[in-house]
Design a protein around this ligand. Structure first.
Ligand code: GLN
Length: 484
């Protein structure tokens, strides 16, 4: 085993025992990046020199319980602001943007001692499900380089799967942590809306965006959750709730736990191999002592339509700030102000971002607001109520993450509607603001990883981590690694 293969927990143990140095681990990860990046392309920016210097400094620092990540090299999705380190959001319009501040979650990683190894690729402004909407280049799935890694946090998930970092942060607005984690065979947790500060997360859809961990195993997800969670006065939507030690919920046995299988998530359109692997994971929950029953989330069918009004509407407003004046790209300075705005936005944004701005602006315009945005918000409440009802009967919900395994590069890129529909199982949880985790359940006959999604009630991260941990225990080691 190579140092770049380490989990966060094992890396910390070796560092603590002085078996290895942070510089060695960081050098191993950078060496791996150098070898595989040509084919995987997880990173927009590799922070090589600074990471090595930083690692050397960490090696001199005193170990302490306040620094649970001391010396561990992590990657961060390039939509999360990093002080002094370019943050592009995968967009040409922010190509040269260097934030003067750290996002709260990054500041927390840093104060826990982490080394930031680089910034990972994503669909432009996190709009997409394949990382093909990146303004720079697509990332490839480490398990099959002809396939997408999922998205929008495709770079963060591929980097973890390919050993290009020890763990990473992604963001999830409608599935962007869970779906790439599923497609890349790693663990991804979307926290409850309000669990993790959004300060310094470049806004896509503010009522939905959350940052969360993408890691090699469930323990690592719990470790990162301990670091990034908790109230932040800089984000008024960040809830002042107690942060437990999430690692303490990772105990074997699920006696007394009730698991719901939503009828609507196992019907037509789900690849039979995906359904089979999810059912196998459900059997593992059962074997660990859980009781399984069917539940219904009757408004599931309307979630895609509601999300694709709400998210673009919020995006159209959030993205108004990229006008060539305050940040990044500016085109045609010498012409009039309006011409400058138009030229900058025409050149700086890619096709999907433009599509969302048009959709969102339309949905918010006077006379249409009631028909679209207000209606979508009402549907959102119905989706939330579905979950509230279900959680009266069960403690967690188990379901597929996506209807199919990773699709081929180029397969859906010209068919946005089918791409949107592939988000059908992650969008409802996002609209409801509840936490969800994707954990590898196994492989298809083609060798593609498939995750199972476990959803919990608001601030129920402990119970979903516990369930995921039990799946991981029963499943055992995945038994293979991507050949790169
Ligand atoms: N695929 C969804 C979209 O394109 C979700 C993206 C995300 O979660 N950031 O909006």
């Amino acid at each position: 085993m190579e140092l770049y293969d380490l989990s966060i927990a094992r890396c910390r143990k070796l560092l603590e025992e002085r078996e290895v140095t942070s510089r060695e681990v960081t050098a191993s990860v950078l060496g791996r990046i150098e070898r595989v990046e040509g084919s995987v392309r997880s990173f927009i920016t590799v922070n090589a020199e600074e990471a090595l210097n930083d690692a050397a400094l960490k090696d001199k620092e005193e170990q302490s319980p306040e620094k649970p990540l001391l010396g561990v090299p992590l990657a961060v999705k390039d939509i999360i602001c990093t002080k002094g380190l370019r943050t592009t959001c995968g967009s040409r319009i922010l190509e040269g943007f260097v934030p003067p501040f750290d996002a709260t979650c990054v500041a927390r990683l840093r104060s826990a001692g982490a080394v930031i190894i680089g910034k990972t690729n994503l669909d432009e402004f996190a709009m997409g499900s394949s990382t093909e909407n990146s303004g720079f280049f697509p990332t490839k799935n480490p398990w099959d380089l002809n396939r997408v890694p999922g998205g929008s946090s495709g770079g963060s998930a591929a980097a973890v799967a390919a050993g290009e970092c020890i763990g990473s942060l992604g963001t999830d607005t409608g599935g962007s942590i869970r779906q790439p984690a599923s497609h890349c065979g790693v663990v991804g947790l979307k926290p409850t809306y309000g669990r993790v500060s959004r300060y310094g997360l470049v806004a896509f859809a503010s009522s939905l965006d959350q940052a969360g961990p993408i890691t090699k195993d469930v323990l690592d997800a719990a470790i990162l959750m301990n670091v990034i969670s908790g109230h932040d006065p800089k984000d008024s939507t960040c809830a002042p709730v107690e942060v437990p030690d999430f690692t303490e919920s990772l105990i074997p046995g699920l006696g007394g736990l009730k698991v719901g299988l939503p009828r609507e998530y196992f019907g037509e359109g789900v690849d039979p191999e995906v359904a089979g692997l999810v059912r196998r994971a459900v059997e593992m929950l059962k074997d660990a002592g859980a009781e399984v029953k069917e539940v219904s989330l009757p408004h599931t069918d309307y979630a895609v339509a509601a999300y694709y009004i709400i998210a673009p509407a919020e995006a159209s407003s959030n993205l108004a700030r990229y006008d060539g004046v305050r940040y990044g790209l500016r085109v045609d300075e010498d012409r009039g102000l309006r011409e400058m705005y138009e030229a900058t936005r025409a050149k700086g944004f890619g096709a999907e971002v433009k599509r969302r701005i048009v959709l969102g602006t339309y949905a918010l315009s006077s006379g249409y607001y009631d028909a679209y945005y207000r209606k979508a918000s009402q549907v959102r409440t119905l989706v939330l109520n579905d979950f509230k009802e279900a959680f009266k009967e069960v403690d967690i919900i188990a379901a597929p993450v996506a209807p199919t395994p990773a699709f081929k590069l180029g397969e859906l890129v010209d068919d946005p509607l089918t791409m949107y529909l592939s988000d059908v199982f992650t969008l409802p949880g996002s609209l409801a603001g509840i936490p969800g985790i994707s954990i590898p359940a196994g492989f298809t006959s083609r060798g593609l990883p498939v995750g199972v999604q476990i959803l919990g009630p608001h601030f129920g991260e402990e119970v979903i981590l516990k369930a995921a941990y039990n799946v991981e225990l029963a499943r055992g080691d995945l038994g293979k690694a991507p050949e790169l």
